[in-house]
Ligand binder design. Structure first.
Ligand code: KIV
Length: 281
């Protein structure tokens, strides 16, 4: 009997593991002045594809809330909803460092709450690091996690989980506020963060933060003075349609490709031309 391909796709576990990217490699890249790209991923095929493309860091962002679960903002997504997505990505990325985003309400109350949430992502989903939003007020959380062996990426500038207190999607760190952001970055570095994500901050401010800290900075809407860049994959690949933020560059039109494929498939079925004899046992 001829063996068939797995009926609905299959686990990507057959290939041997490649050397894992570690937080130390990212710091060395900063020292060498080598820039790198990070992408979000929320499932097996995108994780494996981006890993194959050589993307060194994948983020299972709380942006899954609006890009997977259909919510309007990142606020509603829960730890229990993110855990299976992180598990899928860690199982599928053989080389990339996988970061799990801590969702709103799962870490702000105390360092202990943060620790217990982060441990769930590490133990139950195999995350290699976690990300949390906030500045110096998160130093205790970052310190406890770092001391406990959990690498932390801190997220400053525009922090989507605070969109209601920040008054919507607004550029942060303009004018005198830039000094506050630089101080936040230094406080988080001192607390042990291994990297800083900087969102929607003027380019020259993000560049100054990048020069002021030894840890890598990852920008989104923060100009090209950062050590790395991140985009949500559906934005980068053009699956999302409609009005996009200014900082997004689309590298493909995946929406059009999928739309055409679905329409062609439906037309073939309606015409009776699929399945053909070659698809029939
Ligand atoms: O959750 C997310 O996707 C993010 C972006 C800023 C990359 O944090």
């Amino acid at each position: 009997m001829t063996e068939q391909a797995a009926p609905y796709g299959g686990a990507l576990t057959a290939a041997p593991p490649r050397k894992r990217v570690r937080i130390g490699h990212l710091r060395e890249m900063k020292q060498r002045g080598e820039k790198w790209a990070m992408l979000t991923a929320y499932d097996m095929y995108t994780a494996a594809t981006f890993d194959e493309a050589g993307i060194p860091v994948l983020l299972v962002g709380d942006s899954a809330s609006n890009n997977v679960y259909g919510n309007e903002t990142s606020l509603p997504v829960s730890v229990d909803e993110l855990l299976p997505l992180v598990r899928a990505v860690t199982r599928s990325a053989r080389r990339a460092l996988v970061i799990a985003d801590l969702p709103f309400g799962s870490y702000q109350a105390s360092a202990e709450q943060c620790f217990h949430t982060a441990v769930r992502f590490m133990k139950e989903a195999g995350a290699h690091a976690v990300k949390l939003e906030g500045g110096a007020e998160m130093a205790e959380q970052v310190e406890l996690l770092t001391r406990s062996g959990i690498p932390v990426m801190a997220h400053i500038g525009f922090t989507p989980q605070r969109e209601h207190s920040l008054g919507g999607y607004r550029v942060q760190g303009r004018g005198e506020d830039s000094q506050r952001l630089i101080a936040e970055a230094k406080a988080l570095e001192a607390a042990g963060a291994f990297a800083l994500l900087i969102e929607m901050v003027p380019g020259e401010v993000a560049a100054e933060i990048t020069r002021s800290v030894a840890i890598p900075t990852v920008g989104i809407g923060a100009g090209n003075g950062c050590d790395a860049q991140v985009l949500v994959w559906q934005d980068m690949a053009g699956l999302r349609t409609g009005r996009l933020p200014r900082f997004v560059k689309q590298y493909a039109d995946v929406h059009a490709v999928l739309l055409n494929a679905a329409q062609d498939y439906a037309a073939d079925v309606a015409a009776g031309t699929f399945p053909g004899p070659e698809h029939t046992f």
